[in-house]
Ligand binder design. Structure first.
Ligand code: NAG
Ligand code: NAG
Ligand code: NAG
Length: 488
């Protein structure tokens, strides 16, 4: 009798458990049709030094997302979103010198701490990447704003569109917005920052994140000064850091700054990138990685410099929000039984360019699932809405070349319209970013194409191997499919 009772209760417990599982499974839906927006502008946007909203005039793909032509964006669904803006900054006819600032506005008010700065030199153009993950309610409204500050009178700076021959258009701005989850705190995600200037680092040093904008199941460790970000749940994550690099105020220093990531105290292979600073110039450097993490893994943002007066810089421009030294966004990709398609790829070979476009080669698979990489041609096994970001290390042979690097995307062998970007190389090195949110069908193929327009020497994508640091690939590519579980 005693025993029977026991068995009965076990059966009951099992029955209840099964029922629970069925109920959860019955109401859980995997949503592949995430909201997204991919848009660009074929018009140059050049105004004065007052903040002006960045607009677009071409909708290159969207779903469940409102984007007004005046530059106001409105979410239709709640959730965590990723925003990446690539702004092609420079002067009309490339005759200006100075800086462009970019920040966010909500309901007409500047968002605190949202500002970034990138310098423009005579004869040059570059992509200013503005990126952040954010939690939105349905009907969350925002705008991205820029201001141009030319050093000399009678010149202006802003966002410049150009149409190279036999290549896709280089828009003045490329907006990429993609939904990552629904509701609030349904996925592990965090937006962290540093409000301190970090200088002087000939040896690798950690950029300690001292501020939290949002954090769910991801924390910063402050007690032991390790400056690590701790992930409490295992899974595939996307990590994206915007670092504002430059020189200490008033020093006009020159040199190089290196930025990479560490996992559990060890350099993440092929995660390093380099930015040259000249005479006090400033730039945003993007470090991104899609990576499989275990529970309790720790990530650190690392940097080193060739000059004691260089580093990650905080500043407060007049009448604009503060510029943080680093803004770090991270989130988990869908975590179900079935693996989420993602890829982290890079190249350890230098690839010199020519006026005739070439396919960018990718010889390193740093991590991938459900995506094949045939030396730069990515083949997708699963349909869905994907985010892809390429960061190319543009430079020259013997560091004395001068010219432009163009970088864009191809889908099934055809150029993707409005995907082109330009980075000028002038005896220096910087990172050129091109990004897209795109609907992919199983069997589709994507590749990156590049060309160079050279004034002197040899220009292209340059790989290197610094001492005591992660390798600097000639290009780093991160791809993931966005989809989420809806519990109702
Ligand atoms: C843009 O247009 C929308 C819809 O008419 C409006 O709600 C919004 O305030 C406008 N934004 C700006 C910056 O004027
Ligand atoms: C460096 O920048 C300062 C201030 O912008 C300028 O006055 C100076 O001429 C620059 N020096 C060089 C070598 O370009
Ligand atoms: C052009 O490149 C050559 C070699 O690549 C170099 O020796 C020369 O100094 C460069 N000229 C200029 C004007 O930069």
């Amino acid at each position: 009798m005693e025993k029977q009772h026991h068995i009965l209760s076990i059966t009951l417990v099992l029955f209840v458990l099964c029922n629970e599982l069925l109920i959860t499974e019955g109401n859980d839906k995997i949503i592949d049709n995430v909201a997204y927006f991919q848009g660009s502008s074929s018009k140059s946007q050049v105004s004065g030094s007052k903040g002006k909203v960045i607009t677009y005039n071409s909708n290159d793909g969207s779903r469940d997302f409102t984007a007004f032509y005046n530059g106001t964006f409105v979410t239709e669904k709640d959730g965590v979103y990723l925003l990446v803006l690539g702004a092609q900054i420079g002067g009309p006819r490339r005759n200006g010198k100075g800086q462009v600032d970019i920040w966010m506005r909500q309901d007409g008010a500047n968002v605190p701490d949202s500002n970034g700065i990138q310098s423009v030199d005579h004869g040059s153009t570059s992509v200013f990447v503005y990126s952040v993950a954010f939690q939105a309610s349905a009907n969350y409204k925002f705008e991205v704003v820029y201001s141009g500050h030319a050093d000399e009178e009678c010149t202006r700076l802003g966002l410049i569109a150009t149409q190279p021959e036999k290549e896709p258009l280089v828009p003045s701005a490329i907006f990429t917005i993609i939904q990552l989850s629904h509701g609030t705190n349904t996925i592990p995600y965090a937006v962290l920052f540093s409000s301190k200037t970090h200088l002087d680092s000939s040896d690798p040093e950690v950029i300690v994140l001292d501020g939290v904008i949002a954090a769910n199941k991801i924390d910063t460790i402050t007690d032991d000064e390790s400056g690590a970000i701790k992930y409490s749940k295992a899974g595939v994550y996307f990590l994206l850091a915007n670092t504002e690099v430059g020189s200490a105020e008033g020093t006009h220093a020159s040199g190089e700054i290196h930025l990479w990531m560490r996992r559990n105290g060890k350099d993440i292979p092929n995660s390093n990138s380099i930015q040259t600073i000249r005479n006090g110039s400033a730039a945003i450097v993007i470090s991104q990685v899609a990576i499989k993490l275990e529970a309790n893994d720790k990530i650190q943002m690392m940097f080193s410099t060739t000059n004691k007066k260089l580093g990650a810089i905080v500043s407060t421009p007049k009448k604009e929000p503060r510029v943080l030294s680093i803004l770090f966004s991270t989130f988990q990709l869908l975590h179900e039984e079935k693996p989420i398609p993602y890829a982290q790829l890079s190249s350890s070979e230098t690839q010199w360019g020519c006026i005739t476009p070439k396919t960018v080669k990718l010889d390193n698979n740093d991590g991938l699932e459900c995506i094949k990489n045939d030396n730069g041609i990515l083949e997708f096994e699963e349909s869905g809405t994907y985010f892809m970001m390429a960061a190319a290390q543009c430079g020259s042979d013997k560091e004395d070349g001068i010219g432009d690097v163009h970088l864009w995307m191809k889908l099934n062998g055809k150029d993707i319209a409005n995907s082109n970007t330009i980075q000028t190389v002038n005896k220096d090195t910087s990172v050129l970013v091109s990004q897209v949110a795109i609907v992919i069908k199983a069997g589709d193929k994507i590749e990156m194409a590049f060309s160079t327009d050279v004034t002197n020497g040899t220009v292209g994508l340059v790989a290197s191997k610094p001492h005591k640091e992660s390798a600097v690939p000639s290009i780093i590519i991160s791809v993931f499919k966005s989809s989420y579980v809806k519990h109702s």
